[in-house]
Ligand binder design. Structure first.
Ligand SMILES: Cc1cc2nc3c(=O)[nH]c(=O)nc-3n(C[C@H](O)[C@H](O)[C@H](O)COP(=O)(O)OP(=O)(O)OC[C@H]3O[C@@H](n4cnc5c(N)ncnc54)[C@H](O)[C@@H]3O)c2cc1C
Ligand SMILES: NC(=O)C1=CN([C@@H]2O[C@H](COP(=O)(O)OP(=O)(O)OC[C@H]3O[C@@H](n4cnc5c(N)ncnc54)[C@H](OP(=O)(O)O)[C@@H]3O)[C@@H](O)[C@H]2O)C=CC1
Ligand SMILES: O=C(O)C(=O)Cc1c[nH]c2ccccc12
Length: 407
């Protein structure tokens, strides 16, 4: 990286970057940087927080474990340590990512909040601005993730509520909710697992289920449900695999409709692929629902000073509210002049072709396929980009171009 205009007062520093600029040091940014390095391509990662994998280190609850078996959650080129359990804890996953970064000598530039990134048609380079620096490169890799910001819905009356209102990204443990009545809004994996954690800390969770939801056992016949689905998908059509999963789920879990958990018409994997809505992989919440320790509530009509009114006319008092309402991409806030992303910040081109845009733009981790999708994107990007890198290096040796010498 070489500097072109060093810090005059109120002016951005300007840095030319060797290889691509990667925005985000989560699993996606680390994976793509490692794959590039393995192919001899340097890169610079810009990360807004002060650590790698900030979602895992700073914005997730203590009890979190991977809910897919470890073989589906490894980053490319370096697997998990052999002694890891089938479902590593978040602390194990973080330590794995720390060693991954050390192994590939990945050193992100921390506290660099990317505020804008735009392709400069005149120079043919990407200009990426953080709060204090402008980075310039021929390539930009978007690795800010599908979970960059919490979704905070506007629920009528919520501003009147007297008690604490937290999003699951700020929830650590049920310890501070002991003996409290808690309204959990949302019933995805976060809503279910936080409700379960609350039960284990003797709180009284009421979980809002406003819509339909697929709940599957994490394991079937001693094998992971996800693993079974992946294996069957090699041989059978998606809809048949979904039918099979639902048959076994009904057999092992019973009819969840009766508990207020109505299933969508579309099957779980088809729905995940089409909309990104992840089925709940049950790790114990369902039995707490069955025993009445987690109460399922219909949609909220309004929040009051000390509780909530529900669509079915019920009214309850609560001490706290936890918003398990999911996450969203933040790409539209900072990526300018590109029509590669939708207004919700997801690539317009669907999987498996969402990893490559135009003019040196790449995306990793926007496939709605978790860590497996990340690994697949990272490998493809590194292959594509290293071909260009080799061509440019060869040209640099022979054409002696001024611009090419700068990068
Ligand atoms: C609670 C939870 C559990 C999950 N468990 C699993 C699982 O078990 N298995 C699985 O396959 N998938 C799982 N996923 C899905 C997915 O694999 C993870 O979310 C994974 O962390 C995504 O990696 P990422 O690098 O794409 O995004 P992130 O981990 O979100 O990393 C993106 C990084 O970009 C940074 N960033 C964002 N905006 C900017 C900006 N403007 N400037 C600079 N930096 C920025 C962020 O600070 C962050 O560090 C889980 C998701 C969640 C939310
Ligand atoms: N152990 C693990 O590995 C875990 C993995 N995860 C993953 O993290 C990702 C995010 O999960 P999660 O945080 O659960 O988010 P999700 O997007 O999966 O779920 C959000 C939930 O909030 C509901 N919701 C949103 N707005 C409102 C509202 N205004 N009123 C009522 N309900 C509302 C949604 O309902 P509706 O469907 O009606 O919109 C949905 O039930 C997923 O991919 C998940 O699999 C999460 C936790 C643990
Ligand atoms: O946990 C997540 O958020 C994931 O995206 C992992 C995942 C990818 N594909 C799935 C299909 C069913 C359940 C979880 C996943």
């Amino acid at each position: 990286m070489s500097s072109c205009k060093e810090g005059e007062e109120n002016q951005l520093k300007c840095l030319w970057v060797q290889g691509p600029i990667i925005v985000g040091a989560g699993p996606s940014g680390l994976a793509v940087s490692a794959c590039l390095k393995n192919n001899g391509v340097p890169s610079v990662i810009l990360e807004r927080s002060d650590c790698i994998a900030s979602l895992w280190q700073q914005r997730s609850y203590n009890r979190l474990k991977l809910h897919l078996p470890k073989q589906f959650c490894e980053l490319p080129l370096l697997g998990f340590p052999e002694n890891f359990p089938m479902y590593p804890t978040k602390h194990q996953f973080i330590s794995y990512m720390e060693s991954y970064a050390v192994h590939f000598s990945i050193e992100p530039r921390f506290k660099q909040v990317v505020q804008s990134a735009e392709f400069d048609h005149i120079s043919g380079f990407w200009r990426v601005q953080t709060q204090d620096t402008e980075y310039i490169s021929r390539w930009l890799i978007v690795a800010t993730g599908e979970n960059a910001e919490p979704v905070i819905p506007e629920i009528p009356g919520i501003e009147k509520f007297d008690g604490p209102v937290v999003h699951t990204s700020g929830y650590k443990s049920g310890l501070e909710f002991s003996n409290k009545r808690v309204l959990v809004v949302g019933c995805g994996n976060s809503g279910m697992e936080v409700s379960l954690d609350l039960c284990r800390h003797h709180a009284s969770p009421h979980m809002v289920v406003r819509n339909t939801v697929h709940i599957l056992p994490r394991e079937m016949f001693g094998f992971s449900t996800f693993g079974i689905a992946m294996a069957l998908l090699k041989w059978l059509p998606l809809r048949l695999v979904d039918k099979f999963l639902l048959l076994v789920a009904t057999f092992t879990l019973g009819n969840t409709d009766k508990l207020g958990l109505r299933r969508p018409k579309t099957g779980p994997i088809e729905l995940k692929n089409a909309t990104g809505k992840t089925p709940v992989l049950d790790v114990g919440a369902l039995s707490q629902i069955k025993s009445g320790k987690i109460k399922v509530m219909e949609g909220v009509r309004e929040i009051t000073r000390n509780g909530a009114k529900f669509l079915d006319g019920q009214e309850r008092e609560f001490d706290s509210i936890i918003l398990a309402t999911g996450y969203k991409s933040n790409v539209p806030c900072w990526l300018k002049g590109s029509d590669f992303f939708t207004e919700t910040g997801m690539p317009k081109t669907p999987f498996p072709n969402s990893w490559k845009g135009e003019k040196g733009l790449y995306t990793v981790g926007f496939t709605r396929r978790g860590l497996l999708g990340i690994a697949s994107d990272a490998v493809k990007i590194a292959r594509d980009l290293s071909d260009q890198w080799t061509t440019i290096k060869d040209c640099k040796n022979t054409c002696n171009s001024h611009i090419i010498l700068q990068i």
